[in-house]
Design a protein around this ligand. Structure first.
Ligand SMILES: NC(=O)C1=CN([C@@H]2O[C@H](COP(=O)(O)OP(=O)(O)OC[C@H]3O[C@@H](n4cnc5c(N)ncnc54)[C@H](OP(=O)(O)O)[C@@H]3O)[C@@H](O)[C@H]2O)[C@@H](O)CC1
Ligand SMILES: [K+]
Length: 489
């Protein structure tokens, strides 16, 4: 796998707090100095993004996120902006936030208690909650967040859009949808998955805190990557043989999508073990695929002997035919991508699994495998992905907005690409085929999952330039091929 060396490291709120403490204790950077730097960076960002903005509204909570807000307001007034500042309560006595409020007032600023705004604003600065959010916003905070959402003015969030968990990207209640977020010191992992997209465009300001104080990140953002060019003497035997197993009555398309994606990802050979009724159509539509009718383990066995990688599950069903193929295929202990009904069968019947395994659940399938609700999975996607990887000793792709790849060793990678057009039939089958195609070409499970998830989402972004609505899984294949060969960005 070839990838540029930029590493975007992601941290939890606890880690961010520990880094703040180390900056004060070990690097002699007091919290109030950092707060001043945070405010200066955020105001410079506001100026850059909205150079014509003159009327600002700043809404401050009671914690240090509010403290950042008071200092942005102070700096904005000093630059000649008209600032209306609403405070949702009193900062804790002796806190940096209280000091910031006094400094704002000393400089002539006026603090208003929250009330529905009467003056329009060019930009709203959200300084209600940052990393300290610990429950659903209520009362004035809820009213303030709701009012921000209805005005139409762009919102600049400080550190975190208020109401979004910096750890998980979940929203326990109402939440700000920002056009942009000024993130301080380190990237917060929750802004990159689930509802973290409410942060809009994220800019990170390290505030001069040395990278050596950060410690080990919790997760990393995936970077664009491709496979290295093929050696000139490559032949189809060196690029592996993917066997897709699936396509029960009425769901032949799923197996076909996975197979075609594996072929377009560069697998040397792709076979499909499916219901006899699918064979003619599959071979006619894509003669490069070798589709075979199988009626049970005996007819599957010779195909397993020739395969180097399995894609097990697309359209497999959970009836007797699918179950028999599933058992026989897993017994072969080949590198495997297990998806869809392959995962549902695993929930019904836990068993030994192949050593090189990638599982690709959506949140509903992940919930079933963990005996939890889909909502529980979404409440902490990082924990769910890690738990699945540990429990099944597999590399896990937890699909959804900001797909996660988790390894059995506990590493997590977050996909920054993709779009809502991908919520359509066949997208998951395509991803399964891509990952199988990469395994066939020699990637290990984590490489194949990271590279596959990235290529799949980037191809969808290229295909969605024509519009997100109506995007079909098949539309990904052409951009996928170009991206895989380093031809398009
Ligand atoms: N330290 C540093 O070096 C730097 C920090 N910086 C800034 O500080 C921010 C973190 O500040 P913070 O820890 O004070 O937390 P913050 O997000 O302001 O929340 C405040 C309090 O609100 C409360 N609360 C939570 N949820 C609630 C709810 N739903 N409804 C009602 N109340 C709720 C909860 O208190 P509780 O009521 O639970 O006692 C919570 O403690 C960080 O994001 C960055 O912007 C920067 O200046 C750079 C340097
Ligand atoms: K905020």
């Amino acid at each position: 796998m070839t990838a540029p060396s930029i590493d975007i490291a992601l941290f939890t709120s606890d880690q961010a707090r520990a880094i703040d403490r180390r900056a004060t204790d070990e690097a002699g950077m007091p919290g109030y100095e950092l707060m001043n730097r945070a405010a200066a960076s955020a105001f410079a960002m506001l100026r850059r993004r909205w150079p014509a903005a003159r009327r600002l509204r700043v809404v401050c909570g009671t914690g240090n996120n509010g403290g950042d807000g008071y200092l942005v307001a102070r700096d904005a007034r000093a630059s000649g902006c008209e600032v209306v500042l609403f405070a949702l309560g009193e900062p804790r006595p002796g806190s940096d936030a209280e000091r910031a409020r006094r400094d704002f007032e000393k400089a002539g600023g006026v603090v208003h208690p929250w009330g529905p705004p009467t003056e329009p604003a060019d930009v709203i600065v959200d300084a209600i909650y940052g990393t300290g959010l610990n429950r659903a916003p209520e009362g004035v905070a809820k009213a303030a967040i709701e009012a921000m959402g209805t005005e139409g003015a762009p919102i600049l969030a400080l550190d975190v859009p208020s109401g979004v968990s910096a750890d998980t990207g979940a929203c326990p209640g109402v939440a700000v949808r920002a056009e942009a977020t000024a993130c301080f010191i380190v990237h917060k992992r929750g802004l990159h998955t689930h509802q973290g997209e409410r942060a809009g465009a994220i800019e990170l300001f390290d505030l001069g805190v040395p990278a050596s104080l950060r410690g080990t990140p919790d997760a990393h953002l995936l970077q664009p990557a491709t496979l290295p060019p093929r050696p000139r003497d490559a032949h189809k035997g060196t690029n592996g043989h993917v066997l897709v197993i699936g396509g029960d009555h009425g769901t032949g398309g799923a197996a076909r999508m996975a197979a075609e994606a594996a072929a377009r990802t560069g697998a040397g050979l792709v076979s499909v073990a499916t219901r006899e009724e699918n064979v003619l159509a599959m071979n006619a539509a894509r003669p490069e695929l070798m589709a075979r009718g199988v009626d049970g383990p005996q007819t599957l066995a010779p195909l397993l002997d020739k395969a180097s990688v399995l894609a097990l599950g697309p359209g497999l069903g959970q009836a007797a035919w699918g179950h028999a193929l599933w058992t026989t295929a897993l017994d072969a202990n080949l590198p495997t991508v297990l998806d869809a009904d392959g995962l549902n069968l695993l929930h019904a019947e836990p068993r030994d699994l192949p050593g090189r395994l990638v599982i690709t659940p959506h949140p509903g399938e992940a919930g079933r495998l963990l005996d939890r609700s889909t909502a529980d999975v979404q409440d902490d996607r990082f924990a769910a992905a890690r738990e699945l990887a540990r429990r099944f000793r597999a590399t896990v792709v937890l699909k959804g907005n900001g797909s996660l790849v988790a390894t059995p060793q506990g590493a997590v990678f977050v996909c920054p690409w993709g779009n809502p057009g991908m919520a359509s039939g066949g997208m998951g089958d395509t991803l399964t085929g891509i990952i199988a195609g990469l395994l066939a070409q020699g990637c290990d499970a984590t490489e194949a999952a990271c590279l596959g998830v990235g290529l799949h989402a980037r191809a969808a972004d290229v295909a969605a330039r024509a519009g997100e609505r109506g995007l079909l899984a098949g539309d990904l294949l052409e951009p996928l091929r170009r991206l895989l060969n380093g031809r398009e960005d």
